[in-house]
Design a protein around this ligand. Structure first.
Ligand SMILES: [Zn+2]
Length: 187
């Protein structure tokens, strides 16, 4: 089975990213990535967002997605959409300066609110935040670079052992058949 490298959290000019969707795809293709999720902020995206993503062409495997604002407290939740599968991610707890117990209670609150969280980011814009790389948090631990602009592109990723198929990648992540990687050594 191939090892596929990808980023599951990225922004474009549809929200607060610097690159257009096609320019962002070019960035990650130049870095040799196999897949990329475009996840613009739900409160910024225009109605044509989804339609525009449908019409992008890419050599890498593109996931559509969105970054949700959880309704209850300030917390972004990543939604990465496969063909049948959807991956939900507790985004950058580091940004909210959460303790581990606070992170765990957010996981439970968000799940009770109806979002079936799968994963937590142990990164903030691609920088490793080891506090959240903890067995106490009942989620799969992933790394993303939450790309908005240079130097975010290519800082942190997941390498997944899966077929080149959106659902296969999501299922492999859920199953733990992946590892996280960083452009610079973990501090
Ligand atoms: Zn983001």
């Amino acid at each position: 089975m191939a090892i596929l490298r990808g980023n599951l959290h990225a922004h474009t000019t549809f929200s607060d990213g610097l690159r257009s969707p096609s320019a962002l795809i070019e960035e990650y293709q130049a870095l040799g990535y196999d897949f990329l999720a475009i996840t613009d902020h739900e409160n910024w995206i225009p109605t044509e967002y989804w339609h525009s993503l449908d019409h992008l062409s890419a050599r890498l495997l593109l996931f559509q997605g969105v970054e949700l604002n959880y309704d209850g407290f300030e917390q972004h939740v990543g939604k990465v959409i496969g063909d049948r599968e959807t991956l939900y991610v507790l985004n950058h707890p580091a940004r909210y300066k959460l303790t581990v117990p606070q992170t765990v209670s957010r996981v439970h609150a968000i799940r009770r609110g109806g979002l079936p969280l799968d994963a937590v980011e142990v990164t903030d814009t691609g920088l490793y935040r080891p506090l959240y790389d903890s067995d106490e948090i009942p989620l799969i631990r992933i790394a993303t670079d939450d790309a908005h602009r240079p130097p975010h592109f290519g800082r942190a990723w997941v390498e997944v052992e899966a077929r080149r198929d959106r659902d296969a990648i999501i299922r492999a992540i859920r199953g733990g058949d992946f590892r996280i990687g960083f452009a610079t050594a973990k501090p």
